[in-house]
Design a binder for this molecule. Structure first.
Ligand SMILES: *[C@@H]1O[C@H](CO)[C@@H](O)[C@H](O)[C@H]1NC(C)=O
Ligand SMILES: *[C@@H]1O[C@H](CO)[C@@H](O)[C@H](O)[C@H]1NC(C)=O
Length: 498
């Protein structure tokens, strides 16, 4: 291309014109014009060629950008300040006591919902007790996990929070109240009208999912965000070690936090036994049989997997990340509990990504000692490291994945890649059958499949179509998974870009 253009521009038409024309000046002008056009034309061709050369030279950089691109926030920013109608808090002499249930993130979101409920009901919130009987078997108190004084102080303009019930109310009769799931503001207003007539204290035995995701007053939604992202900080021992570990990871460059759900109870509960041997399959089945509160007993693992209801296996995660283009030198932090089968099932993933690290790889045993017997505090470290990672990948959905994704959206739409498990299983099965190989083709398919699953700004999803009543509320996207639009705002341009 380049050669051809040079040749045509050098065979100048000057000679033909010179002999045949009486009005030389006209021809000279024409000639000048023509060569100017020719010159510009050839320049453009050359610059296009140059662009191509340039492009191929910077190609790795562009790919790198795609791998780690933080969706660059698109002009969106957190907006959690109350509106002008918002009134300063009053000192209410009625109290809500709460027992927070579930794992770390169920408790965190539940606590913030209780802040909002106390505000709606014009009550003072007593620092929640944490449920010790739950699966987590953890004796941590609120102050062990969270910065209690900061929580109280930070919410001063919103809700009065106290450490304990006043002495004189300790033996007062309490209304024990199971709030309904995903309740609306009017549910709590109606309750207020009735309950405070007879009681000064109400006790709430469970805090998970007691407040609707949608259709709440804007100031209540913003309050939930202030509570979760501002007021509810981790206690300083957790905060300090978390920051240290993030720095250590950063010293190697960018890192992926992988929330790999491949624990025994998770596999048993979901009935997913793909890739496991018979002994293991039986072990998981027995565990499921014996766990009373798991209602599904007979599960067909194949069907479950085909529907996309199974956590990806460590090997599948490896194929996934490699196909997305992450180089084998990438540092991957495993934000996970104990992996089923131990090292056996991690071998393939580690072979693809040798810089696979756990908490105890990057922290000393001394540093981890005080967290060792506290699953919740240890989970808090994983949470912090996941929120701060360059890319977050959850292999399965759950409270932790949702909370981390939500906070990453809030902080500027940091990349969260949510695997399309149902789509991926089809590809993985083709690899198993020999119909597809790992390589450029798979890379293209997987990259395409995840183009819109990278945590870019979007409004929270509503319920699935055709759902009614409780199911409608159940299938809505969780407020804390995507607090957009209430707590994330954009300028005009960014809104047009959605
Ligand atoms: C709470 O107090 C405010 C301000 O005094 C009042 O307008 C509102 O109706 C009260 N809400 C309930 C549920 O009692
Ligand atoms: C599980 O489901 C698959 C696919 O529908 C089917 O082929 C298989 O026979 C089922 N297995 C059992 C044990 O029912």
């Amino acid at each position: 291309m380049h050669m051809e253009i040079s040749r045509s521009s050098s065979s100048s038409p000057v000679f033909h014109f010179r002999v045949s024309s009486p009005s030389i000046s006209v021809y000279v002008l024409l000639l000048l014009g023509f060569s100017a056009v020719l010159f510009l034309f050839s320049q453009r061709q050359i610059s296009e060629v140059d662009d191509k050369v340039l492009f191929s030279e910077t190609r790795p950089a562009i790919l790198e950008e795609q791998l780690w691109d933080s969706s660059s926030a698109h002009g969106f920013h957190p907006c959690v300040k109350p509106t002008r109608k918002y009134e300063a808090t009053h000192t209410w002499d009625r109290y809500i006591t709460v027992k927070s249930n579930g794992g770390l993130n169920q408790m965190r979101t539940g606590i913030c919902d209780m802040v909002a409920v106390a505000r709606i009901m014009n009550a003072t919130l007593v620092i929640p007790q944490l449920d010790r009987r739950s699966f987590w078997q953890d004796s941590s108190t609120f102050a062990d996990i969270f910065d209690e004084p900061y929580f109280i102080q930070s919410l001063q303009g919103d809700v009065r929070v106290v450490r304990q019930l006043p002495k004189e109310l300790e033996s007062a009769p309490r209304a024990r109240k199971h709030f309904t799931s995903w309740a609306s503001a009017s549910y709590y207003e109606d309750l207020s009208q009735r309950i405070w007539k007879d009681y000064q204290v109400i006790h709430v035995p469970k805090s998970d999912s007691r407040l609707a995701n949608n259709d709440l007053p804007i100031d209540i939604q913003k309050l939930r965000c202030r509570a979760l992202y501002k007021a509810l900080q981790f206690s300083s021992p957790i905060e300090e070690l978390g920051k240290k570990l993030v720095e250590r990871l950063r010293s190697h460059g960018r890192y992926i936090a992988l929330h790999l759900r491949y624990e025994k109870d998770m596999l048993s509960f979901t009935g997913c036994t793909y890739g496991l041997n018979e002994v293991e399959t039986e072990e998981l089945r027995i565990m499921r049989e014996n766990t009373n509160h798991w209602k599904m007993k007979k599960i067909n693992s194949t069907e479950q997997r085909n529907e996309g209801f199974c956590p990806l296996t460590p090997k599948e995660v490896g194929i996934f990340l490699q196909s997305l283009g992450y180089p084998s030198s990438t540092w991957i932090y495993m934000a996970s509990g104990e992996i089923f089968g131990g090292q056996t099932y991690l071998e393939d993933l580690r072979f693809r990504f040798p810089n696979l690290v756990f908490k105890d790889t990057i922290a000393t045993s001394e540093e981890l000692n005080k967290f060792a017997s506290h699953a919740t505090q240890s989970a808090a470290l994983d949470y912090m490291i996941s929120v701060e990672s360059d890319v977050f990948v959850p292999s399965y959905s759950g409270n932790m994945a949702r909370a981390v994704e939500g906070q990453r959206r809030f902080l500027g739409h940091r990349t969260t890649i949510s695997p399309d498990r149902k789509g991926l299983v089809v590809l993985f099965d083709k690899i198993d059958n020999g119909e597809l190989q790992e390589g450029p083709k798979l890379t293209e398919l997987i990259t395409q499949m995840h183009k819109f699953r990278r945590g870019a700004p979007r409004k929270r999803y509503g319920s699935l179509p055709g759902m009614k009543g409780r199911n409608r509320l159940r299938t809505e996207e969780s407020f804390y998974e995507n607090p957009f639009p209430e707590c994330i705002c954009g300028n005009k341009n960014s809104v047009n870009n959605i």
